[in-house]
Design a protein around this ligand. Structure first.
Ligand code: SF4
Ligand code: SF4
Length: 135
């Protein structure tokens, strides 16, 4: 059994269809919704973690293609909103990779995107919601 993190992009004419139900029931996949934005008759998306047998997953992808649902790899990215950041430093101790650091001289916080593994610990630690998850 393998798991995949993907984003399904729905056009406005398929948001009323039981797509997730079909993935679970027909293809025997376990679907955990990470994030979703779906309104009837509007474009929307669902970010999912899907687990199951490779054969079933491949068949499910074919089904999604037939339903004209665009499938993308789920890429979560963390961004820092500099306008909201007060350089309080509360996030730095939570960062396991050193992506967030404090400059000893200036007391300013720096964010090195290339070291970030998108664990989201800083988004929970920041009292000003300056660290944000982007999809
Ligand atoms: S998401 Fe994790 S790795 Fe990235 S800056 Fe925040 S705490 Fe550090
Ligand atoms: S916790 Fe938030 S406000 Fe404080 S330094 Fe980190 S990002 Fe900036």
């Amino acid at each position: 059994m393998n798991s995949h993190r993907i984003v399904l992009h729905f056009s406005n004419d398929v948001t009323n269809q039981p797509i997730i139900y079909t993935l679970c029931q027909k293809y025997n996949l376990i679907c955990s919704i990470i994030k979703a934005s779906i309104e009837p008759n509007q474009e929307g998306y669902v970010a999912l973690e899907i687990s199951g047998e490779d054969k079933n997953y491949d068949q499910a992808l074919e089904y999604l293609k037939e339903m004209k649902i665009r499938v993308e790899d789920f890429k979560r990215r963390i961004i820092r909103n500099e306008e909201k950041c007060t350089d309080c430093g509360a996030c730095v101790g939570f960062c396991p990779t050193g992506a967030l650091a404090i400059d000893i001289d200036t007391r300013k916080i720096s964010f090195n995107d290339s070291k970030c593994v998108a664990c989201s610990l800083c988004t929970r630690a920041c009292p000003f919601k300056a660290m944000q998850t982007n999809f």
